[in-house]
Ligand binder design. Structure first.
Ligand code: FAD
Length: 517
């Protein structure tokens, strides 16, 4: 497939969408349903994914390949470590390299949004859009969609370690949820997966590829957006390069940034829209002093308990994370703040010793803080579009997150030690007997050393109404006409789940807003 670029004077688009990831594929596909509008989608990555993208259990190995931006955080001031930050660089974006868990946050985590200044974005408001994206079977159709583009379902045959994990969670006293993906339950249950007939279904697969032949939709790939053009306070298009050639896509309607939490903030900053002191510092002309751009960056911190097995652990054929649980730490207020997964592989921070067990020899109980309090920043390293930005999620900057994760460790171990997992369990390899739950300093050291990203970065273009908000509740960049952001970056606070299902819902709603439906 060749790249089709139509741009320049007289050939302007009604909508230009920047970033063909989860949100960008949805927005471009939905907008171009209207034959009267012309839509351009610009994606930095390739149109043809690697073959491995489609093979579910291979997903961790996609990191560091051509479909990954392969970024990393700056040294984290709490832990002193650098945390790798994978994100998709391909049509489908991070939905093409992610772990394929398709799950909403608990409703309490959406209901925090109106409370934080985004009225009209609570769980009940977003529910129609969450439902619109999905096609489920055997769930409550009042809560779950039945005819959306994404076919989602739990693993048809759970891995035996995951099955033992569910029994273990129940034995440890956790409720078994009928549909943990709904946003309405707590406890443990089977996670819906973006896997159809044994293959990954990305946003590109579900939304974009089926409509690529539309005459009113142009998709240009291997194309890096450099900046949005602004004249007299109105966004008029996007400058981008393909190889060494520069192009300008003129836009008479809205430019929609869907570059993700990193990409959208980076592009606003490169366009001179952001905190003016920082822009001046890196030599970018200030178009609009919008102080919140690149602030409020946060992610779920994640760690695991790893157990060696006395018997071979069969290789998983799905995403290694079929079972999910939601629970509350003693610090929780208003909703669950911890998530658990039972993985049939040893899963630990890349920095930990290479002598640890390999798949087939061990399994893990992973845990993550779902409503973290730490907030960080994304900043430009310099004014060049191709330079990786400075990513500082400020993990554990707020000590409450350490306490929540310490509670997560205790709960993970309590599940890991019960009889239901006995046939699989030899010994606890990580953190190991040297880290006792009541030894606060040892626990803190383990949490810091084993920290990894959950790859759920959000918040850099926060929606709201206060001075630090970047977009308003119609996703318009405050102070610039004709420019919106629609992706994970607009979340005021992170939802208590893996973020992809929520991004689909945000993007579905963005399309309605853009088409004034
Ligand atoms: C390794 C990994 C595992 C994950 N696992 C899960 C999971 O199991 N379940 C879950 O729910 N969530 C998971 N997530 C998170 C989830 O995939 C993301 O929250 C979601 O995909 C974000 O969607 P987005 O549209 O905001 O950004 P993305 O999907 O990242 O899309 C952004 C797109 O914009 C493009 N772009 C950026 N800058 C530019 C530019 N300047 N010019 C042109 N194009 C640009 C990028 O190449 C990319 O394609 C995971 C993420 C990763 C990385």
């Amino acid at each position: 497939m060749g790249d089709d670029v139509r741009s320049g004077p007289g050939r302007g688009y009604d909508f230009v969408v920047v970033g063909g990831g989860t949100a960008g594929c949805v927005v471009a596909a939905r907008l171009s349903e209207n034959p009267d509008v012309r839509v351009l989608l610009i994606e930095a990555g390739s149109r043809e994914p690697l073959d491995a993208v489609a093979v579910p259990p291979v997903w961790p190995a996609l990191q560091g390949t051509a479909v990954d931006w392969a970024g990393a955080s700056v040294v984290q001031s709490a832990t002193g470590t650098v945390i790798p930050w994978p994100r998709g660089r391909v049509l489908g974006g991070s939905s093409a390299i992610n772990g394929m868990c398709f799950i909403r946050g608990h409703r309490s985590s959406y209901d925090a949004w109106p409370a934080a200044g985004a009225p009209g974005w609570g769980f009940d408001d977003l529910l129609p859009y969450l439902r619109r994206s999905e096609r489920t079977q055997g769930r409550d159709p009042a809560v779950r969609g039945v005819d959306g583009p994404l076919t989602v379902a739990p693993a048809p045959e759970p891995h035996p370690v995951a099955a033992a994990g569910l029994a273990a969670a129940a034995e440890a006293g956790h409720p078994v949820a009928a549909d943990i993906n709904s946003g309405l339950e707590e406890g443990f249950g089977w996670c819906d997966l973006n896997i159809v007939d044994g293959r990954r279904q990305s946003a590109a697969d579900a939304y974009l590829v089926p409509v690529l032949a539309r005459p009113n939709l142009d998709v240009v790939t291997d194309a890096l957006a450099h900046r949005v053009c602004v004249t007299g306070g109105r966004c008029t298009g996007v400058e981008y390069s393909v190889g060494t050639t520069m192009h300008t896509a003129a836009c008479s309607g809205d430019v929609v940034l869907a570059g993700g939490t990193v990409g959208s903030a980076q592009l606003l900053l490169l366009s001179g829209i952001g905190p003016q002191a920082h822009l001046r510092e890196v030599g970018v002309d200030v178009e609009l002093d919008l102080p919140g751009v690149g602030s409020n960056v946060h992610d779920h911190p994640r760690s695991t308990v790893v157990y060696s097995s006395p018997v071979p652990v069969p290789a998983g054929v799905n995403n290694h994370a079929e079972l999910i649980g939601l629970a509350r730490s003693p610090l929780a207020h208003g909703g669950p703040d911890l998530q658990f997964q039972v993985l049939e592989i040893p899963y630990f921070a890349p920095a930990l010793p290479p002598s640890l067990p390999v798949p087939g020899q061990a399994y893990s109980v992973a845990f993550g803080a779902m409503t973290p309090s730490s907030r960080g920043t994304i900043r430009l390293a310099d004014a060049r579009p191709g330079t990786a930005p400075l990513l500082d999620p400020n993990y554990y900057g707020d000590p409450r997150d350490v306490e929540v994760m310490a509670a997560g460790l205790r709960i993970a171990r309590a599940i890991g030690r019960v009889d239901a997992l006995a046939p699989w369990r030899a010994e606890e390899v990580l953190p190991g007997p040297g880290v006792r739950d009541d030894d606060g300093e040892a626990v803190r050291r383990y949490l810091f050393g084993s920290l990894r990203t959950y790859s759920h970065q959000v918040g850099s273009c926060r929606m709201g109404t206060d001075d630090m908000a970047v977009v308003d509740t119609d996703l318009r960049v405050r102070g610039i006409d004709g420019l919106r952001v629609a992706d994970a970056s607009v979340m005021p606070s992170i939802v208590s789940a893996n973020t992809n299902a929520t991004v689909y819902g945000i993007a579905e709603r963005a399309a309605d807003l853009l088409l004034s439906r």
